[in-house]
Design a binder for this molecule. Structure first.
Ligand code: PA5
Length: 454
């Protein structure tokens, strides 16, 4: 296909550099095996990310929440971390950016995904409990960063609203297990379930991300429609090798794995849709936590055009030749204000142009420079940067990540390595048991050190 493709949303493989990716043909030959595995796992209920069996009930629930309960609140305080926060933030920045602009008077979403004492206190001092819904999101229901905040926020609510505090809490957690579920049962709080087998980073298009989306008045139905248009074919029982091979997520996965095989150990995600910059962080977590296993993987590097042209782009272009790039752009953006006529002569080339013409020109310049510097580049070009397109992109990138993991022979839905740091932190705080971790901590913190003032 030549420039000016007839398709609305396009994956442009022109500069993907398949010529350098020797393992690609052998990987492509695995389509039948992958299709069989998809069918088996979908049938066993292990891939709700793709089959979304929870969606009909959730859509009813969201419509109900949207028309009633959520309307009462001006602020939503979301307590969650990792996959329980990053999707909601990306959606907020893309589709409800008002809060970051001067003069905002509408609804606000505050996402607390850290254990920053000053940050938490600032929110509790400034928010009016009466106007605030606290949305606690934790699939496990036990994550210390989220639950630690929950204890303090619950105490704040109880103090501010002794009668009604429970009405200001909405919990999204596992249906059966975990501390949050116990809390909900004990106090009869309003809850939503995180479906079984739906891992945090694959859960943005579930209640995890869609409740904040509904709260902020986004077109969450279009997000769901876009998402399922890409995900559902992969969950179709009639999926076969040919259909999988024709699905863009499979081609992406081949590319992702073949790049790793060829020594490309870093994957830049360059977003040239400014409001979509937080999707780069969402994808970074998805790719890194899913694929960094057993010495394999490629490091995702989130970047935003044009801002990062003036920060990290020099390294992309002329640093180590170990980088590939996913370049996300839209076919056409807003034209913006016209430049004034009285500009100095050195800016003559801007005469008669509009501010919105800078972004695509710079995107093209950077994309071409990356290609000329031999960075394998896949361009994801969207016809429109709307909620439907975002849903499609999220399904595509999620499915591609999952399939890349399968091609690597690792489990893309767990994250075992991050457990060690969590256990050590708990040991440090004096949790019961953890004898080995406590002994290791002692050795690590009391051994000889090489510390020098600066
Ligand atoms: O993607 C994941 O599974 C993780 O990033 C989790 O979302 C994160 O650790 C938070 O877990 P939980 O939702 O159980 O609190």
């Amino acid at each position: 296909m030549t420039a000016g493709s007839a398709h609305k949303d396009v994956l442009d493989w022109t500069n993907a550099r398949w010529d350098r990716l020797e393992s690609a043909p052998a990987l492509r030959a695995r389509a039948a095996e992958m299709a069989q595995r998809l069918a088996a796992e979908v049938a066993a209920g292990k891939l709700p990310f793709l089959s979304t069996p929870f969606m009909p009930a959730l859509e009813l629930e969201l419509a109900d929440l949207e028309s009633g309960y959520l309307k009462q609140f001006k602020h939503m305080l979301l307590l969650g971390i990792g996959g329980s926060a990053l999707g909601a933030r990306a959606l907020q920045k893309a589709f409800a950016p008002g809060q970051d602009l001067p003069g905002h008077t509408g609804k606000c979403l505050w996402i607390l995904d850290n254990v920053d004492p000053a940050g938490l206190e600032a929110h509790l001092c400034r928010l009016r409990a009466q106007d605030t819904l606290v949305y606690v999101v934790s699939k496990s229901g036990d994550t210390i960063e989220t639950i630690g905040q929950y204890f303090l926020v619950k105490q704040w609510l109880k103090k501010e609203l002794p009668q009604d505090w429970k009405d200001h809490l909405l919990l999204n957690t596992d249906e059966q297990k975990g501390y949050l579920r116990q809390e909900a049962t004990q106090f009869g709080m309003r809850t939503l379930p995180v479906p079984d087998n739906l891992g945090g980073r694959y859960s943005a298009i579930s209640a995890v991300g869609l409740v904040p989306a509904a709260f902020l008045g986004m077109d969450w139905r279009a997000l769901v429609k876009g998402f399922t248009s890409v995900a559902a074919p992969l969950a179709d029982p009639k999926l076969d090798a040919a259909k999988l091979a024709a699905h863009p997520s499979f081609e992406f996965a081949l590319w992702g794995k073949a790049l790793m095989d060829a020594g490309y150990s870093e994957l830049i995600t360059f977003y040239y849709i400014p409001a979509w910059c937080s999707f780069a962080d969402w994808f970074a977590q998805l790719w890194a936590e899913s694929l960094g296993k057993g010495g394999q993987g490629s490091q995702p590097i989130p970047a935003v055009g044009v801002t990062d042209q003036h920060s990290v782009n020099q390294m992309f272009l002329d640093g180590p030749r170990n980088k590939a790039c996913l370049f996300v752009e839209r076919a056409e953006g807003p034209q913006g204000l016209p430049f004034p006529a009285d500009m100095p002569g050195i800016f003559d080339y801007l005469q008669g142009k509009r501010f919105g013409e800078l972004l695509p020109a710079e995107a093209l310049g950077t994309r071409m420079a990356l290609c000329k510097n031999e960075v394998p580049l896949l361009a994801l070009r969207l016809g429109a940067d709307d909620a439907f397109a975002a849903g499609k992109m999220m399904a595509l990138l999620g499915a591609a990540t999952l399939l890349t993991g399968w091609l690597m022979g690792i489990n893309p839905v767990d994250q075992p390595a991050v457990e060690l740091g969590k256990r050590l932190a708990k040991a440090r705080l004096g949790a019961a048991g953890l004898a080995e971790e406590k002994a290791d901590l002692l050795a690590f913190t009391t051994g000889n050190r090489d510390e020098r003032g600066f």
